[in-house]
Ligand binder design. Structure first.
Ligand code: 13P
Length: 338
């Protein structure tokens, strides 16, 4: 498969991406919330339970893994990438080394991980990865995000993308404008516009083949502390408008992060966007919490109750699969689980 075919398969209609690439620190927070010890065997157990679920074949086009997971063997024999491949999805890998303090800006971050990336990419390719992820983070607060943060993170994303395409993998470009704060939806729209513009400027400078990329953006939503709440219809309209104005047509797939939305909000908003999607973009999900929160709760109740954990995951995967086609409805949330 060439890069464009891989990108289209990851975001195929009715399917999306499972972001199971929490770093050891992030999964520690998730496990703490369900009183599970953050041990390698528990991380493997939770993740392989999801990768073996029946929803994988129908609703998941790609799975983003963390360094530890891509090197693990499932307890049933195959390696984790082999298991994902067997279930019809493409294995991918988070390759950034996290958001670190940005020198010269007191409250912002720059995503690191470019040093030695070429060698790591070759290793990941040999382990079975066919796409990668790099997340840049922007916070809205007072004068932030600064031009320094917008420019430096876009530059790093473009250098990352160039190395990834050289290694014959599809880069997911993830510029995440955080939901934290009291800003309104129009501020989110304005900041996301600036961020996307700078990213695509840099991607052009670095001669990235956009047909072989996937964009993973935030939706256009008000800050979590904003008094003015927005309807799904407003979120959908503003999100689609922002993407149409700032994302080049050659980009085949756009897969949103859930960013702290509840599972149902994330499905409802994605559905509303797809209902009015009049573009050629394949618009879908690349959710972490939006796909795993209920399954994680079941895992916390009983780590060995594979049926309940998989049922919770199957249901969310199915709901989001429907949302990627604009066919989700609130009633389906009450229906029998998949
Ligand atoms: P959430 O959907 O939980 O925001 O995670 C997606 C992700 O991969 C963040 O980098």
């Amino acid at each position: 498969m060439n890069l464009n075919e891989i990108a289209k398969k990851m975001c195929a209609k009715g399917k999306g991406i499972l972001a199971a690439d929490e770093s050891t620190g992030t999964i520690a927070k998730r496990f703490k919330s369900i009183n599970v010890e953050n041990l390698e065997k528990n991380r493997l157990n939770f993740r392989q339970t999801l990768f073996n679920a029946s929803a994988m074949k129908e609703f998941i086009g790609g799975v983003i893994l963390f360094d530890e997971t891509i090197k693990q063997k499932s307890t049933l024999g195959p390696t984790i990438p082999e298991l994902i491949f067997k279930h019809g999805a493409i294995p991918g890998i988070k390759v950034d080394k996290g958001a670190k303090p940005l020198a010269g800006s007191s409250e912002e971050t720059i995503t690191e991980g470019l040093d030695g990336l070429r060698e790591r990419l070759n290793e990941y390719y040999n382990l079975g990865a066919r796409f990668t992820k790099w997340r840049a983070v922007y916070k809205i607060s007072g004068k932030f995000p600064s031009i320094q943060s917008i420019k430096s993170n876009a530059h790093a994303l473009a250098r990352y993308a160039a190395l990834v395409q050289e290694a014959k993998m599809v880069p997911i470009i993830e510029p995440e404008v955080l939901m934290d704060g009291s800003h309104n939806i129009d501020k989110c729209y304005a900041v996301t516009t600036d961020v996307l513009n700078e990213c695509y400027n840099e991607l052009e400078v670095h001669k990235i083949d956009l047909k072989g990329t996937v964009l993973k953006p935030n939706m256009i939503v008000p800050g979590t502390e904003c008094k003015d709440k927005s309807s799904s219809d407003e979120i959908a309209k503003k999100t689609l408008d922002c993407l149409k104005k700032n994302v080049p047509n050659e980009v085949p797939g756009i897969a949103f992060l859930s960013g702290g939305q509840s599972e149902i909000e994330a499905s409802k908003n994605l559905n509303a966007i797809n209902k009015i999607n009049d573009t050629n973009f394949l618009i879908t999900f690349s959710y972490g919490r939006g796909l795993q929160a209920s399954a994680l709760k079941e895992f916390g109740k009983n780590q060995n109750n594979i049926v309940n954990i998989q049922q919770a995951f199957n249901h969310r995967a199915k709901m989001n699969g429907l949302s990627s086609k604009g066919e989700w409805s609130e009633d389906l949330e009450k229906g029998p689980v998949a």
